[in-house]
Design a protein around this ligand. Structure first.
Ligand code: PMV
Length: 336
């Protein structure tokens, strides 16, 4: 019996959904300019329960109640709603996309990834909301429509995203992502080795929209130099793809270190992110780099073994940390 059948049959009138967080292993920022990138879905994410709102008199529109690692509280859509502005606008966009039928719904979200850390929390929220709404209304979940809906919400959250976040989250596992002029190419990259990471979080990142816009401005001033950097990052991503497919993790790590050098040159690293990379490398990581937009956020350290030791070293230096690996079971009804 599916979760939806269970919900309807039991009269519980609740649907559950889940979407994982993500990390970008190589190619962030360059991906916005048509270069390829490699990303993977994480084994922690956002769980949503969709149900009919319990307290109708509280306000207009659907309500999002969030708990977990980040914003905790209630959100209602629109300018006169409740909660952080960006979430209010996101919820408003969801009403525009899904129509009045979601006006009296309540979304209870439990987020196991730090919010605003470049680990895909907003994309995971968008994908989980899309899946949960389909499921609540007993409709077939169509990945294409979920990605489209998530992309619309991501536009509210991030302006003009490349699409790598919610594509990797919806797809699961490790992917090759390339947004060309005409189309988007997504391919599974299955490594014979398990990809294990220690993740250290320096705090919220500088905002995807802000970091991407500031880089665009620097690029306008120095177009040739940035083109060279993007070519270098593309080479890294191509080499990493082969190294991953052939299980050469030491090489993947080395390529991550070089990618971090380029990200620093692009102006999206910070002293704290560099410090986290140094801690990880000193503790024996195969490689370490920031992930996502930068200007804060998280560092990922690829390990052969000893992820716990590196996570502990991050913690001792005062940073939130955890161990992670790729998550493939994206299509499960509800991850406990
Ligand atoms: O939102 P973040 O931190 O996951 O960053 C997304 C990656 C960027 O390449 C910086 C932006 C994009 O749209 O691809």
């Amino acid at each position: 019996m599916t979760q939806t059948e269970f919900s309807k049959n039991s009269g519980a009138d609740v649907a559950f959904s889940y979407a994982p967080g993500k990390i970008i292993v190589a190619g962030e920022h360059a991906v916005v300019y048509g270069c390829p990138a490699i990303a993977l879905a994480l084994d922690r994410g956002v769980r949503i329960a969709v149900t009919k709102a319990r307290f109708e008199s509280e306000g207009k529109g659907p309500v999002l109640r969030a708990t977990g690692l980040g914003f905790v509280g209630e959100v209602r859509p629109g300018p006169s709603g409740l909660g952080p502005d960006v979430l209010r606008r996101g919820l408003q966009r969801l009403v525009e996309l899904c129509g009045d039928r979601i006006q009296d719904l309540e979304f209870i979200a439990d987020c196991a990834i730090p919010v605003g850390g470049g680990l895909g929390s907003s994309a995971a929220l968008s994908v989980a909301l899309g899946r949960g709404i389909f499921r609540y209304f007993g409709e077939e979940i169509n990945d294409g429509s979920v990605v489209e809906m998530a992309m619309e919400l991501e536009r509210v959250f991030h302006g003009n995203p490349s699409g790598i976040d919610h594509s990797s989250i919806t797809h699961g596992g490790c992917i090759w992502y390339h947004r060309g002029e005409q189309n988007v190419k997504i391919e599974s990259l299955t490594s014979p080795r398990i990809l294990r990471f220690a993740v250290g979080v320096a705090g919220p990142h500088g905002g995807t929209l802000q970091m991407v816009s500031a880089l665009r401005e620097r690029m306008r001033r120095h177009p040739d130099m940035h083109r060279h950097i993007f070519e270098g990052i593309s080479q890294i991503v191509f080499r990493m793809r082969d190294a991953l497919l052939e299980g050469r993790l030491a090489e993947v790590g080395e390529l991550m270190n070089i990618n971090q050098g380029y990200l620093n040159a692009l102006g999206v690293s910070t002293p704290e992110l560099e410090r986290l990379c140094t801690i990880a490398r000193d503790e024996g990581a195969l490689g370490a780099k920031l992930t996502g937009a930068g200007g804060g956020g998280a560092v990922i350290a690829l390990v052969d073994e000893g992820a716990e030791r590196i996570a502990q070293a991050f913690k001792q230096a005062g940073y939130f940390s955890f161990c992670a690996q790729a998550f493939d079971e994206v299509k499960t009804n509800y991850a406990s």
